[in-house]
Design a protein around this ligand. Structure first.
Ligand code: CTP
Ligand code: MG
Length: 382
């Protein structure tokens, strides 16, 4: 072996994706805006120690593969075959023909989210072992059964094995050439059958394989951060109570509206609904519905927060700006943050309440109404 090992990657992308369904084989469908194959191809091709990347492509899929990889470092596309093992074998033979590699990393195109540190760890592991795979411990209870469960399976020392699977090239090539067993689900199995041990490096939940249709709407497909903005105005009139951010303020006028007209809370509720793309406050609490007459706006806010949590998001922070000439908001800001944090069931440090005037200009300047705007940012929590 040369002092620095020569490393080649092989991506198998010749399957039909029958369990995932869809118009295209899954490896060419869009995932986070790009064909699935492009993600792992870019991760492997961009790694500084990987010299070349081979891709096994199914018959008739060459055009899809070319489109998926357009603009990236040119791929060595090889014909795949009817089974995954044969697709790998074809790829390995093509690499052998070139004859210039010490290590090979064999990867499923169906695992798009491959991070550089997994590649680093696998290459490091190959310096001390002829094979290495990323694997995750089993955390759920395991059992065997058909229609009902009848037997427990101890999960100790059991692993969920992912790809890329990394091997000393000559050894895995030979294992493939000599394989006579049933179709294996991965290459590590063949390697172990040939009497070799395979080292484990820490796997990555993000590296999960897209297998079923539901995987295309799974958590990996949704953004982890979402933001929304809200804006509202209510008229100031004599004889009404003034509620802002759930705090009642003594003032010579109050806000008119169907509910308690808490303009700031309405803007915040709309920001939350906006972040979740769930319409606006009027969709959820129509002003025409008598049950919301005089209602506390806290109910709207609680409902919006519940919808966000149901969607798997937790509020990262929210920022509310109240626009009015009078009353002075400053003395109430701390109480407002406190009240919002109670209603939303979050820490007060995640909420900001600010105020400004419009220099006596416009309807807020003339004290005909109060305006409020808000922004809310959420992070995926599960
Ligand atoms: N694969 C391949 N050649 C095959 C079968 C599978 O190159 N004849 C590749 C797939 O493209 C995928 C990886 O092996 O990247 C893992 O296989 P799997 O998830 O089973 O994909 P498919 O075989 O395409 O899906 P299905 O089994 O649902 O038809
Ligand atoms: Mg398959």
């Amino acid at each position: 072996m040369a002092s620095r090992p020569r490393i080649t990657a092989l991506i198998v992308a010749a399957g039909s994706g029958s369990r995932a369904g869809g118009d295209l084989p899954k490896q060419f469908r869009l995932v986070r805006g790009q064909p699935m194959l492009r993600h792992s191809y870019a991760a492997l091709a961009n790694h500084r120690q990987i010299g070349s990347v081979f891709v096994a492509i199914g018959a008739g899929q060459e055009e899809n593969a070319r489109a998926a990889l357009a603009g990236l470092a040119p791929a060595n596309c090889e014909a795949g075959s009817d089974t995954r093992r044969e697709s790998v074998a074809n790829g390995l033979e093509a690499i052998a023909e070139k004859g210039d590699t010490d290590f090979v990393l064999i990867h499923d195109a169906a695992r798009p989210f491959l991070s550089q540190h997994i590649i680093d760890d696998l290459i490091d592991a190959l310096l001390g072992s002829p094979g290495a795979v990323p694997a995750l411990p089993v955390v759920d209870s395991l059992a065997r059964g058909n229609i009902v469960l009848s037997e427990t399976v101890e999960r100790e020392n059991l692993w969920r094995i992912q790809t890329p699977q990394a091997f000393h090239f000559d050894v895995i090539l030979q294992a493939h050439r000599e394989w006579k067993g049933v179709e294996p689900t991965d290459d590590a199995r063949m390697f172990m059958a040939s009497g070799r041990e395979v080292a484990i490096v820490a796997g990555d939940e993000a590296l999960g394989k897209f297998t079923f249709a539901a995987d295309f709407s799974g958590p990996e497909m949704t953004p982890t951060i979402r933001s929304g903005s809200g804006f509202d105005v209510h008229r100031l009139v004599p004889g009404e109570e003034l509620w802002l951010c759930g705090v009642q303020i003594v003032h010579d006028k109050g806000l008119s509206g169907h509910s308690d007209a808490d303009v700031a809370m309405h803007a915040l509720t709309d920001a939350i609904l906006g972040a979740m793309a769930l319409g606006d406050i009027g969709d959820h609490f129509p002003p025409s519905d008598p049950q919301w007459r005089g209602a506390s706006s806290g109910r709207f806010l609680t409902h919006a927060m519940m919808l966000a949590r149901e969607a798997g998001y937790e509020l990262s922070n929210a920022d509310v700006t109240i626009v009015c000439e009078a009353p002075k908001i400053g003395p109430h800001k701390a109480a407002m943050r406190e009240r919002l944090s109670e209603i939303m069931a979050i820490d007060a440090h995640r909420i900001s309440v600010k105020a400004t005037t419009t220099e006596m200009l416009g309807f807020t300047g003339r004290q005909e109404g109060i305006a409020a705007q808000a922004i809310a940012t959420f992070e995926k929590s599960r």
